[in-house]
Write a protein that binds this ligand. Structure first.
Ligand code: NAD
Length: 501
């Protein structure tokens, strides 16, 4: 059973209370598999609501930063336990608001559970370093301190996992949070906030402000009380976020688009590579930042790969994600579907060979949602727009190549740098590839998707700006280093001068 079956009117979560937006405006949360279903009605918040939430977060920061980290962590631990008991309900809610199949929304919720446990564990670590001083009778150490009020802006494709990647490290490190989730998937963030509230998080430590990007999101970026911003979304909006953060020097983390590749060498296990390309390309309807939207295949095995891959893609069952027999859900909304359809036309015009798919699915029950056929273009030139630009839908471009060096050139010849994969049994090539691929994540004999929460996650080039989510790396973003020197010599000691001889 989902937790909310009828359209329910929801409020913002500010200072520990569920409050109506001052804007009086609302956004309908629509099921993309059945657009007649309104999953819930959420506030379209404005700068006033955001300001109220930031004030609450500033007030709560005074005591939260002084709460011992192991005590903060206990609340996270209890929240993780609640998420475990509610995994099925929250996953069903997520499929209704986002469309991906239940097996995947369960994985999304599991990722939030994993992240919450992981960060609960960090409460008893948050290690700094001690080191010898260059002077006698002097002690030197570095400690992690919280940054302050964090402003988090999240996309719709991982509706509970991505908020958890940001909220959990922020909280355990002693920061307070104002989060603005994507307008298409507000319910999952509400569910996460509910679990943290029930786990005993003090009022104002986590605040949720629903609304759209240009209004609520921009208000968060421009609020002087916010010290740190973490954004996941498109590269276009990421650039705006970066610009908005610059004048007031907000610490800013951007995780943006991708055009990820699977390289299939001539010695690869082809069946395994086909499995990986189907999952990597069409999991989450291709709407993953790490989606394998390009597959480069060695000419010696090109024919075999294309034949097997096309057959598997043709057989994918598309439909409502709540039906466990379906393997691929709809696009998130009408605009995203139109983007997919536009790129199919571009691919045809560019001369790529459409071997399966290519059309919107709109007969029978499909007519109620934003469904599109899983689509494969072959014989793509790496410079084509369908092989360069992020489509964020169920469209894969297959590119032939004849040498390993050429495969690397193709892989690195895009503006993004998130994830890449190589299928080969040659250990030398595998190690060269992991060294030379210009991405933040590399897989060997596995698709481009499948991140685990205890390892750094993020990209380079136009995908990221040098920070990482997940694991210990997340703590580097959500804390400031403070360096402390304690001189117990009882005399003035001058570094670089008194010990120079
Ligand atoms: P989007 O950029 O349209 O929106 C992301 C968030 O930004 C939403 O909450 C939105 O409301 C907000 N926003 C939009 N305009 C804003 C503005 N002017 N000021 C402040 N906030 C604003 O992205 P999306 O469509 O939600 O998500 C898809 C994109 O996210 C894809 O490009 C995908 O690759 C990327 N993504 C990246 C990662 C990663 O870790 N690299 C993970 C998931 C998704």
């Amino acid at each position: 059973m989902a937790t909310s079956l009828a359209p329910k009117v929801h409020n913002n979560f500010i200072g520990g209370e569920w409050l109506e937006s001052k804007s009086g405006k609302a956004i309908e949360n629509i099921n993309p598999a059945n657009t007649a279903e309104v999953v819930g009605i959420f506030p379209a918040s404005d700068a006033h609501d955001v300001g109220h939430a930031v004030d609450a977060a500033q007030e709560a920061f005074k005591s939260w930063r002084l709460t011992p980290a192991p005590k903060r962590a206990e609340i996270l631990y209890r929240a993780a336990e609640l998420l475990v008991t509610r995994k099925e309900d929250y996953s069903r809610d997520m499929t209704r608001e986002m469309g991906k199949v239940l097996a995947e929304t369960r994985g999304d919720t599991q990722e939030a559970i994993d992240m919450t446990y992981l960060m609960a564990g960090e409460g008893r670590r948050l290690f700094g370093k001690t080191t010898p001083s260059e002077l006698p009778n002097k002690f030197a150490m570095s400690v992690r301190t919280p940054v302050g009020v964090t402003g988090l802006i999240t996309p719709w494709n991982f509706p509970i996992a991505i908020p958890s990647w940001k909220i959990m490290p922020a909280l355990v490190a002693g920061n307070t949070v104002v989060i603005k989730p994507a307008e298409d998937t507000p319910l999952s963030t509400l569910n996460l906030a509910q679990a943290l509230d029930e786990a005993g998080l003090p009022a104002g430590v986590l605040n949720v402000v629903f609304g759209d990007g240009p209004m609520a999101g921009a208000a968060l970026l421009n609020n002087e009380g916010v010290h740190l911003v973490s954004f996941t979304g498109s590269t276009e909006v990421g650039r705006l976020v970066s610009e908005a953060c610059a004048p007031s020097f907000k610490k800013c983390h951007l995780e943006m688009g991708g055009k990820n590749i699977i390289i299939v060498m001539d010695d690869a296990n082809i069946d395994l590579a086909v499995d990986g390309a189907v999952w990597g390309g069409f999991g989450t309807t291709g709407q993953r930042c790490t989606a394998a939207s390009r597959v480069a295949v060695h000419k010696k095995v090109y024919g075999e790969f294309v034949e097997k891959f096309t057959a598997r893609v043709k057989a994918l069952k598309v439909g409502d994600g709540l039906d466990p027999t379906n393997e691929m859900g709809p696009s998130i909304n009408e605009q995203q579907l139109k983007t997919v359809m536009k790129y199919v036309e571009i691919g045809k015009e560019e001369g790529a060979k459409l071997v399966t798919g290519g059309r919107r699915l709109d007969s029978g029950a499909y007519a109620r949602g934003w469904f599109h056929e899983p689509t494969v273009f072959t014989d793509c030139d790496p410079g084509m727009r369908i092989a360069q630009e992020e489509i964020f839908g169920p469209v894969v471009s297959v590119i032939p190549f004849d040498t390993f060096e050429r495969a690397l050139e193709i892989a690195n010849g895009v503006k993004y740098g998130l994830s890449a994969s190589i299928y080969t049994r040659n250990v030398n090539l595998a190690f060269q590839a992991q060294r030379d691929l210009e991405t933040g994540i590399v897989y060997v004999n596995a698709p481009t998707i499948g991140a685990e929460t205890h390892l750094p996650f993020g990209g380079i080039k136009n995908t990221g700006n040098g920070h990482r989510e997940s694991g210990e790396a997340a703590l580097d973003f959500y804390t400031e280093w403070k360096t402390v020197y304690v001189d117990y010599s009882d005399r003035l000691q001058r570094a670089q001068i008194d010990n120079a001889e």
